[in-house]
Design a protein around this ligand. Structure first.
Ligand SMILES: [Zn+2]
Length: 368
C-alpha cells in the first residue's frame, strides 16, 4: 500500500510502498478515504519532542494522520458489531482496553493513552505504537473495534474528517453539564476548536455565547452564525473580563471554554477567566501551556471549578456523527481544503488560510 512516512524529525514525509495490515482478533482494517489534519502540522512535528519531551512521537519511520475516515475493509474473527463496507471515522484514541479507566469508558485516563498517528502521552505509548503503527496518511490502517465510529450516509467523508476537533469541543462542553439557558465564553472563538465549539454550544441550547479572539472579520463571521445569541469581542481592544462584565450586568459568564493554541499567551487566559461568575467553571481544551499563577483562594471564595478535557470517547464521536447526520448540528459553513496524499508535504506545511477555524484541512487518499 501507499503510505507517507516520516523517517526523521523535521524531514519531509516520504511517499512509499509498504505491506498493508490485516485484521485479527478484535481489530479491523479500514481503507482510508481521507484524513483530517492539524493546521501547520510540519511545524508541530518538527518541534513536538522539544516542546514536550515526555510525550513521544511514534517511532520512525512513522505514519501520521490524526482524523481518518474510510470504509471497513476487513474485520478480525472476534468482531461482531461492525462489518466490512461500513463507513466510519477512526477515533485515534488508543488505550490498553483492560484497566479500570478503560473499563469505565474513560480511555483518556488510561496509563497507555495514545494518539495513533500523532503523539503519545507517556513512554507507555510506545507499546501502543507497536500494536497500532498507522495514522491516516496511508491506504489501509489497523484499528481496534473500540475506535470505530460509524458515520451516517448523509455525512460525507470531507465533513467527517472534522470529527476530531468537533469531538474535542463537544467533550469539553459536556463537562459543564447542561448548557440550556446558560452563558458561555468561548476564548479563542475563531480558531478550529472555537468555531466548532460555537456551533455545538448553539446546537446544545446555550442562551448566549461571548466569543473572544483577535481578528474582527472572522469574529463578525462567527457572530453571523446566530446574531441574536453570539456576541463577539476583539481582545486587541482591551481586557476580556472587563468586556464580559460590561455585557452581563457585572455578573460574568456561567462557563468559559478556553481553546487557545500552543503559542498563545497565558496572560490572555488569566485575564479572561476573571470574567467567570461565582459558581462558574472553566474547561481548557486548547494547547496553551505554562504555570497559571492564580490565587487559589479566588477559586474557593467564588466556588470556581477548573477542568482539563482532552479529546473525546468513541461514544461521544457517535453522538456527534448522529447530530451532524440528523441536521441537529449544521457544519455546512466549514469549508474543506483538500490535498491529495501525493502533496502531503505541501499539506502539512499548512498553506495559509485567512478563514481560521472555518476551514477544515484534509488529505484525500485516492486509489492508484
Ligand atoms: Zn487502560
Amino acid at each position: 500500500m501507499k503510505a507517507a512516512r516520516m523517517h526523521e524529525v523535521g524531514a519531509p514525509l516520504v511517499l512509499e510502498e509498504m505491506p498493508r495490515p490485516h485484521a485479527a482478533g478484535t481489530d479491523v482494517v479500514v481503507k482510508v478515504a481521507a484524513c483530517g489534519m492539524v493546521p501547520n502540522l510540519a511545524n508541530v512535528l518538527a518541534n513536538w519532542e522539544t516542546w514536550y519531551p515526555h510525550e513521544p512521537l511514534p517511532p520512525r519511520p512513522a505514519i501520521f494522520g490524526l482524523d481518518p475516515v474510510g470504509v471497513i475493509e476487513e474485520v478480525g474473527e472476534q468482531v461482531v458489531n461492525v462489518s466490512v463496507g461500513d463507513r466510519v471515522y477512526v477515533n485515534p484514541s488508543r488505550s490498553c482496553g483492560a484497566c479500570h479507566h478503560c473499563s469505565s469508558g474513560h480511555a483518556q485516563q488510561c496509563a497507555y493513552w495514545t494518539f495513533a498517528g500523532y503523539f503519545g502521552f507517556s513512554n507507555k505509548s510506545l507499546a501502543m505504537y507497536e500494536k497500532y503503527p498507522h495514522g491516516g496518511f496511508c491506504e489501509y490502517m489497523l484499528a481496534p473495534q473500540a475506535a470505530i465510529v460509524p458515520i451516517p450516509e448523509d455525512l460525507d467523508f470531507h465533513r467527517a474528517t472534522r470529527l476530531g476537533y468537533l469531538g474535542t469541543a463537544y467533550a469539553g462542553l459536556k463537562k459543564f453539564g447542561p448548557l440550556t439557558g446558560k452563558t458561555l465564553m468561548v476564548h479563542g472563538g475563531t480558531g478550529t476548536l472555537g468555531v466548532g465549539a460555537t456551533l455545538l454550544a448553539l446546537a446544545m441550547g446555550v442562551s448566549k455565547i461571548y466569543a473572544v479572539a483577535r481578528g474582527v472579520p472572522l469574529l463578525e463571521r462567527l457572530r453571523q452564525l446566530d446574531p441574536a445569541r453570539v456576541e463577539v469581542f476583539s481582545n486587541v481592544d482591551g481586557g476580556t473580563a472587563d468586556w464580559v462584565h460590561s455585557r452581563t450586568g457585572g455578573r460574568g459568564v456561567d462557563f468559559m471554554l478556553d481553546t487557545l493554541g500552543a503559542v498563545a499567551s497565558l496572560d490572555a487566559m488569566k485575564d479572561a477567566m476573571r470574567g467567570i461568575s461565582r459558581g462558574g467553571m472553566l474547561v481548557n481544551i486548547g494547547g496553551t501551556a505554562g504555570e497559571l499563577g492564580v490565587d487559589v483562594k479566588w477559586f474557593m471564595d467564588n466556588q470556581i471549578r477548573l477542568a482539563g478535557s482532552a479529546w473525546f470517547t468513541s461514544a461521544e464521536g457517535m453522538e456527534l456523527a448522529n447530530m451532524i447526520g440528523s441536521g441537529a448540528l449544521d457544519v455546512s459553513g466549514l469549508v474543506p481544503k483538500v490535498w491529495p496524499l501525493e502533496q502531503i508535504n505541501e499539506a502539512i506545511n499548512g498553506v495559509a488560510s485567512s478563514d481560521g477555524g472555518f476551514t477544515s484541512y484534509l488529505v484525500e487518499i485516492v486509489d492508484s
